[in-house]
Ligand binder design. Structure first.
Ligand code: ADP
Ligand code: ZN
Ligand code: ZN
Length: 816
């Protein structure tokens, strides 16, 4: 007997064994998709994990329903990586599968077919089984794949469905077997009839009374003489100035012939490639050092200040790897994946560059997936956000993780709660590839690894062209308030700098770490502030829509006109967000063009790009934004950066708050003065003597590192200790309390003092679920595997208690 173990995209710990026939056994390979029955009536798309001959002992293996692929869509190296992710991040292989595969690859059991109403079918052309299905569809408007299976009394019905589609008798409701459809482009050529001089001559004569049509034919000739490539209908129409109806009439008259070519959606339309830039001495040296470290390190950290030209160094490394015929993965935080960078890389590498990120459609993702899988020339360099770590690389030579300190590399929800940087290191290990981590403000984790000589370490401390680092000035707003030198949230110093910068014709970026108008609306009479009914937070005022909104669950209501509690009309705005800063700027600088960049203004595929382009084109003179601004943008003309309030970042209740504030402020500062003229940064704060602010103003990474590491050491935080955060969720407050106490007590029996909590987080209720956290701290010398084993054991006992079954437990390894 033959069997396969299958990964099913559901959060159940184990693999499921199915039986297969001898011929299926010869055909099936790990990494192929199979449709399998599950439970009473469900069908899932699973991934074959192992093919073997061992019957399961606990249950009778069911038969598979059908094989969905001719060749594997997931390779062995990926399956290895999946294994690691599932065991390291304490999630199931099904979770990893769901996160990895493009949605379009996952056939659901709910797949529907129905009769093609736009066609009358001669039933005599249908074979018996086809007819049965066709007939059934006359009585029922649609059928599931499973129903068809029952009607025909066999499991593999795909071929029947396929034939019926080809005969145009049925349509598969959209997004069915392959949700993916390649994009087709319409081309034209001369009809084959006109292949000789003589016929052609005749044609042009005939057309002399239809000059527009004649023009089209002439244009077609001149284009094909020039390019010798297929000619798109759209190009022909543009060149000849003829409308599409004229072209259509030529097609109808069989003078032209139309045809379709499948093209890749994700494609490069650039001109010739250019050579990469010659490096300056500092870059040369950094490159040489990186290459040396790669001799005995798999991973190297490049600490290079903003605008030092890290990207050009990456480009040289990429060139070397491409010469070896290997693939390169270039990982970036989602938001840093701008056209600016894509264009820059395409200029060097042409259409060897493929891009993969969440704003791409399902189709585009499948295309990139397939190109990577086939090691195609079109995806030698993949530029992607977090999830591109899951692409089916086969021959990876190098992974670059740019802005490696970015917390958005860690997936927060849902499982797998993986860190793309750390996963990249493991993936590189599987491929025997190298990893370069790059940042102007490395994470303490990576810097620590470099200090321990676990990673190689290279510095690039000169800005390109020796442009000076911006001058940083701290503005004490407590002092300014006392002296009445504030206008709204703007100090007189900031206003003066802004006025000067604008007068010089330069641009300004203002950084405010919050979106919305003012986070909190408070009644001046009774102090009440409107709360979200689902979460324990105050609602945020959004002036643009005149709404109060919850940033946790999306709940919104129209802005109140009077206090809910006491009826007083005096509602006060406390705190401030991007929208309010924008409004204030417009009042202070009514002559200037102001833009805003935050989650609200960058929705949609090109939302973010539009704002960047407007800034590049100098259609915006002052840009107000959240941390989106910090990411690798290169704006020549920005000379002033204002940080509206440093304190709300510094006071955030998280052990990483100081590290992050340092990174954020230094990264935003890096946007100022990237060319010859020195830029300036103004930081407004109530506490100018804060160490972090001092370290930011002197650009002193190592002082920050040293001080923060002392704290991490004293309080047993990462990277000194590892940690796993457990979150228990339930709609009943008491149940969460009791469950969390039980859980923490059990953990304490094993891990003693290394358990913190249970504790309610600052926002204890989100979407009507109460949250309670427990933290497990893991000393470096304690076995991680054993620790996890113990946690899983406790977790299993937990769910054996009836009262706790409805509690959700989230395990977050290396939580951020
Ligand atoms: P980083 O990534 O370190 O912030 P970039 O790679 O974006 O820096 O470089 C900053 C600017 O300097 C870019 O506009 C880039 O084109 C330019 N630059 C960097 N290195 C070179 C070089 N070797 N020759 C010419 N221009 C360079
Ligand atoms: Zn009130
Ligand atoms: Zn809410």
């Amino acid at each position: 007997m033959h069997y396969i173990d299958v990964i099913i995209p559901i959060p159940l710990q184990k693999l499921f064994t199915y039986s297969i026939t001898a011929s299926e056994f010869d055909f099936i390979k790990p990494g192929m998709r199979v449709a399998v029955p599950f439970g009473k009536s469900k069908i899932y798309t699973g991934i074959v994990y192992r093919v073997h001959n061992d019957a399961p002992t606990a249950y009778d293996a069911k038969d598979i329903q059908q094989i969905l692929d001719e060749t594997p869509v997931v390779n062995q190296k990926q399956l290895k990586l999946w294994d690691w992710i599932s065991s390291y991040y304490l999630c199931t292989l099904g979770d990893v599968m769901r996160a990895s595969l493009p949605n379009a690859f996952i056939l659901e059991s709910e797949t529907m077919v129905s009769k093609n109403m736009s066609k009358t079918i001669d039933e005599s052309i249908l074979k018996d089984d086809e007819f049965l299905v066709f007939e059934a569809l006359s009585h029922q408007s649609s059928l599931k794949v499973q129903d068809i299976s029952n009607i025909l009394n066999k499991k593999n019905v795909l071929p029947v469905i396929k034939r019926l589609i080809e005969k145009e008798a049925i349509i598969v409701e959209e997004e069915v077997y392959e949700k993916y459809k390649p994009k087709l482009v319409r081309y034209v050529k001369m009809h084959s009839f006109y292949s000789t001089e003589k016929e052609l001559h005749q044609l042009l004569n005939d057309l002399s009374r239809a000059p527009k049509q004649r023009d089209v034919v002439m244009t077609l000739f001149s284009i094909s003489a020039k390019t010798k490539k297929p000619i798109k209908v759209s190009d022909l129409s543009a060149e000849s100035g003829a409308s599409s109806s004229i072209i259509k009439s030529l097609i109808d008259k069989e003078i032209l012939e139309e045809y379709y070519i499948q093209i890749d959606r994700v494609q490069y339309s650039g001109e010739e490639n250019e050579d990469s830039k010659a490096l300056n001495n500092h870059q040369e040296q950094a490159l040489a050092e990186i290459q040396t470290t790669f001799k005995d390190h798999q991973v190297t950290l490049l600490h290079g200040v903003t605008s030092s030209g890290k990207t050009e160094v990456y480009v040289k490394l990429i060139e070397d790897v491409l010469k070896l015929g290997k693939q390169v993965l270039y990982l970036l935080p989602e938001i840093a994946l701008t056209t600016q960078l894509v264009t820059r890389l395409q200029n060097y590498f042409g259409d060897q560059v493929a891009v993969f990120h969440s704003k791409y459609s399902a189709h585009e993702r499948v295309e990139v997936w397939n190109q990577v899988l086939l090691n195609s020339a079109k995806a030698k360099v993949v530029l992607g956000a977090r999830s591109s770590i899951f692409l089916p690389f086969d021959n990876l030579g190098l992974i670059i993780v740019d802005e490696e300190h970015e917390q958005s590399f860690k997936q927060f929800d849902p499982a797998p709660r993986y860190h793309a940087r750390d996963t990249a290191v493991v993936s590189a290990h599987i491929h025997q590839a190298k990893v370069l981590l790059g940042s102007a403000t490395p994470s303490l984790e990576s810097y620590f690894n470099a200090q321990q000589n676990k990673y190689g370490f290279v510095e690039l401390m000169h800005r390109f062209n020796d442009v000076l680092m911006p001058e940083v000035e701290l503005v004490d707003i407590k002092e300014k308030q006392k002296k009445k030198r504030m206008k709204g949230h703007f100090s007189d110093s900031l206003i003066a700098e802004m006025t000067q910068t604008l007068a010089d014709g330069h641009q300004i970026i203002l950084f405010q770490n919050r979106r919305g108008f003012s986070p909190i609306v408070e009644c001046s009479t009774c102090g009440n502030s409107p709360q979200c009914p689902n979460c324990d937070v105050s609602l945020t005022y959004h002036q643009y829509r005149d709404q109060l909104r919850c940033h946790y669950c999306g709940y919104s209501i129209v802005m109140l006109r009077k206090c809910d509690a006491c009826g007083s009309p005096e509602l006060d705005n406390k705190g401030f967000g991007t929208e309010q800063i924008e409004a204030e700027v417009k009042l202070l600088f009514p002559e200037n063009k102001v833009g805003r960049m935050d989650l609200d203004t960058t929705r949609g595929k090109y939302g973010y790009e539009k704002i960047i382009t407007a800034l590049e084109q100098q259609e915006i003179e002052i840009l107000v934004g959240t941390q989106m601004l910090t990411k690798g943008l290169d704006f020549r003309n920005v000379k002033l950066v204002g940080i509206m309030n440093a304190d709300n970042m510094l006071n955030f209740p998280d052990f990483r708050a100081h590290e992050r504030s340092f990174q954020l402020m230094l990264q935003v500062s890096g946007r100022a003065g990237r060319t010859e003229e020195r830029g300036k940064v103004l930081i407004q704060t109530y506490n100018p003597y804060h160490n972090i602010l001092q370290q930011v103003s002197t650009n002193n990474y190592s002082a920050m590192y040293k001080e923060q590491m002392d704290e991490r050491y004293n309080f047993k935080y990462p990277p000194i200790y590892k940690q796993i955060k457990l979150t228990l969720k339930h709609k009943d407050y008491n149940r969460v309390e009791i469950a969390a106490d039980w859980y923490a007590k059990s953990l304490r029996q094993v891990f003693k003092d290394n358990i913190l909590g249970p504790e309610f987080p600052p926002v204890a209720r989100i979407r009507n679920q109460y949250h309670k956290n427990i933290l497990v701290k893991i000393p470096k010398k304690q076995s991680l595997a054993k620790t996890k084993e113990a946690i899983i054991k406790i977790n299993n006992s937990f769910f054996n208690i009836k009262d706790f079954r409805s509690v959700r437990v989230i395990l977050n390894v290396d939580n951020y």
